[in-house]
Design a protein around this ligand. Structure first.
Ligand code: SAH
Length: 209
């Protein structure tokens, strides 16, 4: 937290208002992924892809606290990835791999056990980034809050086209007074993704599935 808050003075990683609740809103929330891992993933090692990691959520708390995780953290913004490289170095996090790239251009097809994404995009959009990089039988966990049900409704076609299904919604609360309901939407990849996905040139958000 100290390293994060110092760096956040120079480079905007999260809003100033939120930095007061760094633990409650960002670190605690990131670590809720354990609610999913404990139930669904029994392997000793979990290869995880974090799409649009920003200031390292959930990647950094996960890499620090969850020993069996091996996390590839992707963001298209260099200043964010520079911060992750700094944290990796300072805390000697061998299981954190920061990558500066657009998520639709990664060379990791079918490689990951788990993909995650927090505060990046609506479900039907993020599915197209998240599903192709999973192994068959792998899981995507989307960090969501109050609009989850609406996003699920709008994601019907994306789920079908990408050969995956929602298998769980894990609800929890953040330790704050204000709006605190959160949910992890758990999606399983049932079979291989057609090679046209993820589409390039901004198509994913211009024409969502
Ligand atoms: N996951 C973080 C950050 C969310 S902000 C958190 O929970 O706080 C969304 C981040 O996604 C931004 O840092 C932005 O640079 C990144 N992003 C948006 N589109 C992207 C894309 N196509 N590929 C990679 N990163 C992307």
């Amino acid at each position: 937290m100290r390293l994060f808050l110092e760096y956040n003075q120079k480079v905007n990683l999260i809003s100033r208002n939120d930095s007061e609740y760094l633990f409650e809103k960002h670190i605690y929330d990131s670590l809720s992924i354990n609610l999913f891992l404990q139930r669904y993933v029994s392997e000793n090692k979990v290869r995880m892809l974090d799409i649009g990691t920003g200031g390292g959520f959930p990647s950094i708390p996960v890499a620090i606290c969850i020993d069996r995780s091996d996390v590839t953290a992707v963001d298209s913004t260099l200043k964010k990835i520079k911060f992750l490289e700094y944290i990796k170095e300072e805390l000697a996090l061998k299981n954190l791999h920061p990558v500066c790239k657009r998520a639709e251009e990664l060379a990791y097809r079918g490689k990951f056990d788990v993909s995650v994404s927090r505060a990046m995009s609506e479900l039907r959009v993020i599915l197209e980034y998240a599903i192709p990089y999973l192994k068959e039988g792998g899981f995507f966990a989307a960090y969501k809050s109050i609009k989850a049900d609406e996003e699920i409704k709008n994601a019907k076609n994306a789920l079908k086209v990408l050969n995956c299904e929602i298998v769980d919604k894990i609800e929890y609360k953040l330790p704050i007074e204000e709006e605190n309901k959160r949910v992890l939407i758990i999606v399983r990849k049932n079979s291989e993704t057609e090679s046209i996905y993820p589409r390039k040139n901004g198509m994913i958000s211009k024409k969502p599935l």
